[in-house]
Design a protein around this ligand. Structure first.
Ligand code: NDP
Ligand code: OXD
Length: 313
């Protein structure tokens, strides 16, 4: 079996080493040295160099090395084979940590505490209880739902919004444009774990921010985006923070990555910036999951996490 690998900027030896360990009979070829293209059975890809995928005539499946797949669905002339995304406990746990951490950072005024410490200022101010917060989750797929459950276990009141109507035990769910407005009006902290598709692009904009609840414990709503940068209109976030429409934000993803040095987002008050590290794919856990899928496919069993190209995720 021949496997093509591309992951620009990532630790390629770690990925090949794990693949070789888990699939000793397979040959891993890097995308800049593929040899006979007709021999490639599977491709494992992350952003950067994906144009070569269209030239692989006998490809059986393309695996994204992450949960997001927009870099593949936006690739013209992609071969008509299954695109499979990462679904796995390791990635899910990492994203849950990010979401819980950032909800707590805003809830418990962590940036203010760090500022007080820097000034040796002993200034006790009690925080509201978790149950006083209404968290709205945009995207209640694998990651959104897992994060929602973690937040519920801490006492937060959580609702979720998706594309399709969904019954989820113990979670108030919404869908569609009307459902979105209904949820936003009852949301103090909005968490976005949506994929980037033509429908979700730019959804985090000033109009949406103005629909969030204004009577929450933080004196204004907060947004947390770990979905994709193209979901957010950064100029609107800047305006919303400066004008007090948003009381804070946590942003892990950006319209342009790396976030340009001169972006005004870096210096906004109560805005927490991280460099797209909410849930990084770990080489061992991710290759293990992908190899399981390859073996399934080779045995004629269905793979898990096949992307619906019609909806783009
Ligand atoms: P899933 O496909 O499991 O879930 C996607 C969710 O988004 C579903 O609830 C889906 O609705 C909803 N959705 C999609 N389109 C729309 C729409 N037009 N309107 C309303 N809801 C919509 O994805 P995951 O949970 O696995 O991952 C989500 C995203 O997280 C990834 O696509 C990726 O972009 C991002 N990510 C970011 C990471 C980081 O480090 N920052 C790491 C990993 C992932 P429905 O339930 O109806 O299908
Ligand atoms: C992903 C990511 O999509 O890391 O998995 O962004």
């Amino acid at each position: 079996m021949k496997i093509a690998l591309t992951a620009k900027g990532w630790d390629i030896p770690a990925w090949t080493e794990n693949l070789n360990k888990l699939l000793p009979d397979a040959e891993v070829r890097l995308s800049d040295d593929l040899g006979d293209l007709s021999e490639i059975d599977y491709a494992l890809a992350w952003k950067g160099d994906t144009a070569f995928l269209k030239d692989l005539p006998n490809l059986k499946a393309i695996f994204s090395l992450g949960a997001g797949v927009e870099f593949l669905t936006q690739e013209p002339n992609l071969p008509n084979v299954p695109i499979v995304r990462v679904i796995g406990d390791d990635l899910t746990a990492r994203m849950c940590e990010y979401v819980v951490l950032n909800v707590l950072m805003h809830h418990r005024h962590s940036l203010r505490s760090l500022g007080l410490q820097a000034n040796r200022d002993w200034n006790q101010r009690p925080d509201a209880a978790a149950e006083d917060f209404r968290v709205g989750m945009l995207g209640i797929g694998v990651l959104g739902l897992a994060a929602a459950r973690k937040l519920q276990s801490l006492g937060y009141r959580v609702s979720g919004w998706g594309r399709s109507s969904k019954q989820v035990e113990g979670l108030a769910t919404y869908h569609g444009a009307e459902g979105l407005d209904e949820m936003l009006a009852k949301t103090d902290i909005l968490v976005s774990l949506l994929p980037h598709t033509p429908q979700t692009e730019g959804i985090l904009n000033l109009d949406l921010f103005k629909k969030l609840a204004k009577d929450g414990p933080l004196g204004g709503p907060v947004i947390i985006n770990a979905g994709r940068g193209k979901l957010q209109v950064e100029a609107d976030i800047v305006t919303a923070i400066r004008e007090g429409i948003l009381a804070g934000a946590s942003l892990d993803v950006f319209e342009q990555e790396p976030l340009p040095e001169d972006s005004p987002l870096w210096d906004l008050p109560n805005v927490i910036i991280t460099p797209h590290i909410a849930a990084v794919s770990a080489p061992y856990a991710t290759t293990k999951g992908i190899v399981e899928q390859i073996l399934r496919n080779e045995a004629g069993d269905p793979m898990v996490g096949i992307v619906d190209r019609g909806v783009g995720y």
